[in-house]
Design a binder for this molecule. Structure first.
Ligand code: AGP
Length: 594
């Protein structure tokens, strides 16, 4: 949701924090700010509404080069309007803090603080923690103890980074929100962030603290404490690979486009590297629950249909935000699989905790190793999608489905990995062919981008990608789009069809005739038909514009092939709209709050 970065050690601390914020801007870009210890040891605060560039412009004539301690933040607003005063960091007396998450009991705590004479400057819940910390520090006279006392009083998922004028370190603590620390012993530096990506190249070793572990970062060292003040070993330590390839767009105009074009190579990588190390001795569950949000949920719909057909077990596909509150029916022998790119989505984490608390085995299909979901489940299946920077998820969807397909085969009685590998390779080849047709997608997008609304329709295995296609277009082009089961349109939504509406009609070889008749129903009401389907004249002839696909041999993987067509169409429509494709308005890459 928000991006937080802290650094202590060498000079040019602010430069490193700003670089970290630049890499985290995908997490939120309503405002950005930095606080650093200046040459006199005072805390200097600069923050600005809008994208990071506004902050760097504000800092243009500021001498921060000699600072060796700083904290920074990019905001996705939850509490309080998007303005300078609500931006982070927040500063009070000798304390500065940045925050990612939500303090659910902020209102009641705020009343106590106001009664004690604390003067709030902002509308944020973050300032409530700053007030608590300040009062606790007056009592405890020790920053670690004060942090523990204040942190115990707040509810909700939060991560904080605290800087004090009077301390030679920076302090972090979290519960539920992502946080990772890193150390460079050679250079005598330590850093903290919401995402390892911000630490890449600055530190060699990283640490994922558990909830309620306080990290005290000093020059070149990190000490961990439980809330009772005793040293803690509740953290996961690992080396940080430095893969800067992910941090550049290369020859692409947007990260999203680059990530769309990465898909064939990632699929081949799954074939070459993944099949061999998957645990093949998996006991088939009696029932499967697949849980996720947004694109991850739609990937789960594709996976769930494959599982039900291949393993003949009941599968329920669940929206995490619904599942966590519906008191789900969970039975012995059930398995719950949580799909998440970031591994930090609050609803998905809560749903997983519910299952774990009820004794249900939980697996993840996740992209970020070391994420909260990664550390919470019984068994992880990494999707190996690499860093996904574009807020609109593309390559992660493909890898989530394919990883789910591999796991499915590992449960099957008569496992057939060889034919599955061939199918994966064929999919990679077909997507390559599609990616070479960019001009077709540009041409279609140029003709339809200004229409009044878009219906993505599909039947059976294509219904989930109709939903995902509509989500993609909404996210990056800010146009109204709906995903619908093709057979459902006539039960009401067809009232919306007229010459202003576009139907992106997905037609697979399965249920071909049925889907064709749905297109006729739309055409009869003057809807504009963009067909995505096999090269057959009876389909091409009723479409206004047509994207020919070759489905042969793909079978249950066909939806992934169609989905790339939807990704390209949405991308080129958004380009005509002139939106910020990599950082769409109102969105964040990882929704770490409810
Ligand atoms: C995808 O394009 C969206 N940005 C969003 O729906 C996302 O898939 C959802 O928030 C789940 O995120 P996760 O996969 O990191 O859990």
């Amino acid at each position: 949701m928000c991006g937080i970065v802290g650094h202590i050690g060498s000079n040019n601390s602010v430069e490193k924090v700003l670089e970290g914020l630049k890499r985290l801007e995908y997490r939120g870009y309503d405002s950005a700010g930095v606080c650093f210890k200046d040459q006199s040891g005072e805390l200097s605060l600069y923050k600005k509404t809008g994208k990071l560039v506004n902050l760097t412009n504000l800092l243009k004539n500021i001498d921060y080069g000699s600072s060796s301690s700083s904290v920074g933040h990019t905001r996705w607003a939850t509490h309080g309007a998007v303005n300078d005063i609500n931006s982070h960091p927040h500063l009070y007396k000798n304390l500065a803090i940045v925050h990612n998450g939500i303090i659910e009991n902020a209102d009641e705590l705020k009343k106590d603080l106001v009664a004690k004479g604390f003067k709030f400057k902002s509308e944020t819940d973050t300032e409530v923690f700053l007030g608590l910390l300040s009062f606790e520090l007056e009592q405890e006279k020790d920053l670690l103890k004060a942090t523990s006392s204040a942190f115990k009083k707040i509810k909700g998922s939060s991560a904080f980074v605290i800087q004090s004028k009077d301390s030679d370190g920076i302090i972090t603590v979290k519960n539920g929100a992502p946080l990772v620390c890193g150390v460079n012993e050679i250079l005598g530096e330590a850093m903290v962030s919401s995402d390892p990506y911000a630490l890449m190249g600055f530190v060699e070793k990283i640490f994922f603290p558990d909830d309620d572990v306080i990290c005290f970062l000093k020059k070149g060292e990190i000490n961990f404490y439980d809330l009772d003040g005793t040293p803690s070993n509740r953290y996961l330590a690992k080396d940080l690979e430095t893969n800067f390839e992910a941090t550049t767009k290369g020859q692409f105009e947007h990260y999203m486009l680059k990530e769309i074009y990465e898909q064939p190579a990632l699929i081949r990588n799954l074939v070459d590297n993944y099949f061999k190390d998957i645990d093949l001795n998996l006991e088939k569950p009696k029932r499967l629950h697949i849980v996720g949000c947004g694109t991850a949920f739609y990937a789960g719909m594709v996976v769930g249909q494959i599982w039900e057909k291949r393993l003949k077990i009941p599968v329920s596909m669940e929206l995490a935000s619904e599942f966590r509150y519906k008191d789900p029916l969970l039975l012995p022998g059930d398995l719950a699989i949580f799909i998440s790119q970031s591994g930090e989505t609050a609803d998905t984490l809560a749903a997983q905790k519910l299952c774990k608390d009820r004794g249900i085995k939980t697996f993840s299909i996740v992209n970020v190793e070391g994420s909260s979901l990664f550390r919470a489940v019984d068994q992880n299946f990494l999707i190996h999608a690499g860093q996904e920077i574009g807020v609109a998820s593309t390559k992660a969807f493909t890898q989530q489905v394919l990883t789910g397909r591999i796991i499915c085969e590992a449960f099957a009685d008569n496992k057939d990995f060889s034919s599955l590998k061939q199918k994966f390779s064929l999919l990679s080849h077909r997507i390559d062919e599609l990616l070479n047709k960019a001009e077709l997608f540009k041409d279609i997008a140029s003709k339809i981008y200004n229409f009044g609304g878009f219906f993505f329709t599909g039947r059976g295995i294509y219904y989930p990608v109709a939903l995902e296609g509509a989500l993609k277009l909404k996210e990056i082009a800010y146009v109204h789009a709906e995903g619908y089961a093709a057979g459902e349109l006539k039960h009401g939504p067809i009232a919306l069809i007229d010459e202003r509406m576009v139907n992106i009609a997905i037609v697979g070889p399965e249920l071909f005739e049925k889907t064709l008749s749905n297109i006729q129903e739309v055409k009869a009401r003057k809807g504009v038909i963009i067909g995505i389907g096999p090269e057959v004249s009876e389909l091409r002839n009723i479409c206004d514009l047509f994207i020919p696909l070759t489905f042969e041999g793909l079978e249950e993987l066909s939806p992934l092939y169609v989905n790339v067509a939807n990704q390209l169409l949405s991308y080129h429509i958004a380009k005509h709209k002139g939106t910020d494709i990599d950082r769409p308005r109102n969105l964040a890459k990882s929704v770490t709050v409810e």
